[in-house]
Design a protein around this ligand. Structure first.
Ligand code: HEC
Ligand code: HEC
Ligand code: HEC
Ligand code: HEC
Ligand code: HEC
Ligand code: HEC
Ligand code: HEC
Length: 497
């Protein structure tokens, strides 16, 4: 009798627990409700600024729709029949890009995880690279993986240029072979530029022994290699960055300073100066550092993105120290608001002591530095000079020679792929003449047309007429084509201060 009573009570308790559990609202309903509320308040702000009655009516209708909307499970059904439910919580997440539409690609192709789960922990287990699928550790699975249609994405293709994941891993910015080589030579370890033991595709942070037991070995790894590193390393935050200023303690300050360069994302996901997310996904909180501004890939990479690492200050390789540029506060302010004037741009772009021609500021870094310059050319270079293919003469020619051109004849030409990166580009047609670097890399955003040499910015879409050295009053020496010799006469930096 006693036993039966005990069993019955246990059974009852079990039922009560089950009922309670089912009754508790699942977390995704909160995220969705938060999203509806945020959308409503955004629409209400719009409503206040609109005068047109029709538009007002439409906005009011949208507001009512959100007010009446009930949370529900969102099943993303992919063309291959697979179902993904990530958007049930991440209802507000932006489309990552036009060429990666979520209704055909889904989320798991880049993120991994368990897309059927509606539980936060299970859904996120075994994600590729956590919140950074683009970090170089994870990129082979995410960017370099296999798409839903069975096709190879950015690795494993026949065409080498389409294997960005493999290329980027060998690029100088990933291997840091230039820095390794300079430091090793400076400390007398090598006479040549070689970096013994560094293998193609290996990133420098894992390079076992950059200074081979010298006293500075640890410091070099900690202060130099792990800084600005593309994968696993930190981007240093100057003391006057907003989040350093709001840190309450030393500990918090260093915790807040953990901004990392994450492989492909470092360039292709735009960040703001606080490295925080400002998009519509309500699960990602405003003070959660180390995120891009919104969930959006881009190839229109402005100079400020490159300058998260470049032009931040001076490196002293002998002392192994780094001094932040003195005008950093202004640079960060302008990054936040956008350069208001040409003078702002001129002073923010390079370090105060640097010399440049006008185009080195009016254009963005990627208007000059080609894919191969930036994402690698499949060679293991060990110095910046060997790596940079681009020269001033590729655009300006010399006193004797016009810039190299190529007539587009093949519809399969890689140039067609590159030109779509900015919708504002003048469309490329068969028969068009594009410029080429001396190394043979195509510059589809530079065109030659009836005596005009026109460049369209990859970032802004703005067109520039390229002045040629050929036929000009330029006093250059034909054999001195390096930027340093041109800068002796073509120096616009006097406008700096
Ligand atoms: C083409 C690859 C790709 C696809 C497809 C993709 N993401 Fe992402 N996602 C990324 C990258 C790259 C980041 C890192 C962004 C950053 O640095 O902040 C990211 C970041 C995120 C974040 C963190 C917030 C942020 O922006 O930093 C969330 C949440 C997220 N993704 C959810 C999703 C969901 C849900 C889907 C499907 C609807 C999806 N993603 C589809 C590449 C992708
Ligand atoms: C049950 C709700 C829920 C589901 C389902 C869910 N997520 Fe999340 N996700 C969250 C929450 C909440 C966060 C914020 C966690 C935090 O800040 O610690 C988050 C964060 C993320 C992040 C950023 C991680 C970080 O550390 O900042 C990514 C990327 C992400 N989710 C992707 C996905 C993908 C891909 C799926 C589907 C496979 C998915 N999520 C399914 C609730 C969910
Ligand atoms: C995460 C930090 C980081 C970001 C972001 C970054 N770079 Fe670099 N870059 C470096 C470092 C570090 C080196 C030097 C590596 C060496 O010498 O070993 C370098 C070298 C270079 C070089 C010379 C060597 C080469 O690979 O051609 C060029 C050109 C260059 N960067 C252009 C760019 C452009 C353009 C962007 C933006 C689209 C950019 N970088 C963004 C860190 C970065
Ligand atoms: C240092 C900056 C930088 C990094 C890191 C980087 N990219 Fe790029 N990427 C660029 C630039 C610059 C372009 C050229 C933009 C253009 O064509 O207008 C580009 C273009 C692309 C394109 C478009 C190609 C086309 O035809 O326009 C793809 C795809 C791409 N990158 C993938 C990747 C992947 C995958 C990674 C990581 C393995 C990566 N990128 C890392 C700077 C970078
Ligand atoms: C007008 C075209 C142009 C623009 C814009 C430009 N560069 Fe360069 N860059 C060059 C050329 C040309 C060289 C090779 C110079 C030479 O002849 O030695 C070069 C060289 C470099 C080098 C190799 C080391 C050195 O200083 O010689 C780095 C690193 C670099 N650029 C980064 C950048 C970054 C980062 C940006 C944007 C902040 C940028 N460049 C903007 C044309 C440009
Ligand atoms: C990718 C093409 C490209 C490269 C590479 C390039 N330029 Fe230019 N350059 C331009 C364009 C476009 C203009 C006109 C835009 C402007 O003046 O703002 C220009 C303008 C100039 C001018 C006339 C304006 C002035 O500064 O007085 C000079 C001089 C010049 N460039 C020198 C150089 C030098 C030196 C280099 C190498 C460090 C270089 N350019 C590399 C495209 C390029
Ligand atoms: C000894 C000084 C000197 C050197 C070195 C020099 N230039 Fe010039 N360059 C000039 C002068 C002077 C002009 C004519 C300026 C004018 O017409 O206003 C000129 C004109 C030009 C122009 C045409 C600008 C225009 O607005 O029409 C370009 C482009 C140019 N130079 C590029 C270069 C490049 C690239 C180099 C390096 C390979 C170089 N210059 C080296 C002095 C020099």
């Amino acid at each position: 009798m006693k036993k039966t009573f005990l069993l019955a009570s246990l059974f009852l308790i079990l039922i009560v627990i089950l009922v309670l559990k089912q009754g508790a609202t699942p977390s995704w309903t909160h995220y969705q409700k938060e999203y509806f509320i945020e959308q409503i308040s955004k629409l209400q702000v719009q409503l206040r600024t609109v005068n047109d009655e029709k538009k007002k009516e439409q906005l009011q209708l949208e507001i009512t729709n959100y007010q009446n909307r009930q949370p529900e499970i969102i099943d993303l059904i992919l063309p291959n029949g697979k179902v993904e439910r990530c958007k049930t919580c991440h209802i507000g997440i932006e489309e990552i890009s036009n060429s990666h539409p979520s209704n055909t690609l889904g989320c798991a192709v880049c993120h991994g995880g368990n897309p059927l789960s509606l539980d936060e922990t299970t859904a996120h287990t075994q994600m590729y690279g956590g919140s950074h699928p683009g970090s170089l550790d994870a990129a082979s699975l995410s960017c370099g993986g296999i798409g839903a249609n069975g096709e190879a994405c950015h690795a494993g293709n026949q065409e080498r240029a389409n294997n960005e994941v493999d290329l980027v891993k060998t690029s100088l910015m990933s291997t840091k072979a230039g820095e390794l080589s300079v430091v090793r030579r400076m400390f007398g370890l090598d006479k040549t530029k070689d970096v013994p033991g560094l293998t193609k595709g290996e990133v420098a942070f894992y390079y076992p022994n950059p200074l081979q037991g010298r006293p500075n070995e640890k410091r070099f790894k900690q202060d130099c290699l792990s800084q600005c590193h593309q994968s696993g390393g930190n981007i240093p935050l100057p003391t006057n960055y907003p989040q350093s200023a709001t840190a309450q303690s030393q500990e918090q300050s260093s915790a807040k300073g953990q901004i990392q360069g994450n492989g492909c994302e470092t360039c292709h996901i735009l960040t703001n100066s606080t490295h925080t997310y400002i998009g519509d996904d309500t699960t990602i909180k405003a003070d959660n550092l180390n995120h891009g501004m919104i969930h959006r890939l881009t190839t229109q990479i402005p100079y400020t993105q490159c300058n998260q690492c470049h032009n931040q200050g001076n490196h002293d390789a002998l002392k192994m120290s780094f001094t932040i540029r003195p005008d950093m506060a202004k640079v960060v302010r302008d990054w936040q608001t956008g350069d208001a004037t040409w003078t702002d741009r001129l002073s923010d772009y390079y370090l105060p002591s640097e010399i440049f021609a006008k185009c080195e500021v009016s254009l963005d870094c990627i208007d000059c530095h080609t894919r191969q310059d930036v994402m690698g050319d499949d060679q293991l270079h060990t110095s910046q000079n060997d790596t940079v293919h681009l020269q001033c003469l590729d655009c300006h020619g010399t006193k004797e020679k016009l810039p190299l051109t190529k007539k587009i004849e093949n519809p399969q030409d890689l140039a067609f792929e590159e030109q779509i990166t900015n919708p504002q580009f003048p469309a490329l047609h068969i028969g068009d003449q594009i410029l080429m670097t001396a190394q043979g890399e195509e510059l589809p955003f530079l065109r030659h047309n009836e005596g005009n040499w026109i460049q369209s910015s990859r970032v802004t879409g703005k067109s520039f007429k390229i002045p040629l050295a050929y036929g000009s009053k330029c006093q250059q020496n034909a054999n001195e084509q390096g930027a340093d010799s041109c800068h002796k006469c073509h120096d616009r930096s006097a406008l700096h201060y």
